[in-house]
Write a new protein. Structure first.
Length: 263
């Protein structure tokens, strides 16, 4: 298997989805769990455990996450998280995180690629979340990127920053695109197809390592009565890198790094 280097850096976490390596809640020997470690599910579709009838399948090196509605009108879908509630799995404070994804069409879809801090038990301070992309399927010409500072059990207010990013209508559902996040002690930089579109300071509340999450949720306050059944999100790969020189890595990335490493 070819080494998937990007701008001189080799991945420290890499799933090409040639096989499924999933567990429901406790990571064990798996690569992903299929619920958020802290709460489980969100949105209007229940996230499934792995196994028969789950939301997950792989074919020719591509992961599909499928949202389905049963005969009773109940939706199921899927989420992947790279660490469990005990902090087992992949986490890192800083680095470059990249996913190549084809988003699902249709109103009511709410796919996301994001980072969330892995918290120890009884953590009392704020936590940081970085949403590389939140896409609301009824708005085909834009997506949101957000850095959240959640107060958690502290008395601090909710903080952070957000940006609405314009794209050609339906472009994100018509083809695969890469979504990248570079986190350094000073800056968080966001990339679409290796082109930087947003830079914001790293919050001083960032004290814990990030896990990597990818999901297909539904709703977020928007109706799902016209959501296609089934609805499918395709994921080509998920990779994380720890470049020795993040600034040089960032310059290389936007200067013409290949959109997809050899497989």
């Amino acid at each position: 298997m070819a080494e998937r280097r990007l701008c001189g850096a080799a991945p420290v976490f890499d799933d090409e989805f040639d096989t499924l390596n999933l567990s429901a809640w406790t990571l064990g020997a798996a690569r992903w769990i299929t619920h958020t470690p802290w709460a489980g599910d969100f949105g209007d579709a229940r996230f499934t455990d792995p196994g028969p009838g789950s939301a997950f399948a792989v074919h020719d090196g591509t992961l599909s996450i499928t949202a389905r509605k049963d005969a009773q009108g109940h939706w199921t879908s899927g989420l992947l998280a790279s660490a469990d509630e005990d902090g087992h799995g992949f986490t890192t404070m800083y680095g470059y995180f990249e996913t190549r994804v084809k988003l699902p069409p249709g109103p009511g879809t709410w796919p996301g690629v994001w980072l969330n801090e892995s918290t120890p038990p009884n953590w009392m301070r704020p936590t940081v979340e970085v949403d590389a992309i939140e896409y609301y399927g009824q708005f085909t010409d834009a997506f949101h990127s957000t850095v959240h500072v959640w107060p958690g059990r502290s008395s601090e207010p909710h903080g952070g920053a957000t940006q609405l990013n314009s794209v050609p209508p339906k472009s994100l559902v018509d083809d695969f695109h890469t979504y990248g996040t570079l986190v350094t002690p000073r800056w968080i930089r966001l990339y679409l197809d290796h082109k930087e579109y947003w830079q914001t300071p790293t919050p001083p509340q960032h004290r814990l390592p990030f896990m990597f999450l990818v999901n297909l949720a539904l709703g977020s306050g928007w109706p799902i009565d016209k959501t296609p059944n089934p609805t499918v999100m395709l994921v080509d790969y998920v990779r994380a890198y720890q470049p020795a020189d993040p600034e040089a890595f960032a310059r290389c990335l936007v200067a013409g790094a290949p959109p997809r490493a050899p497989r």
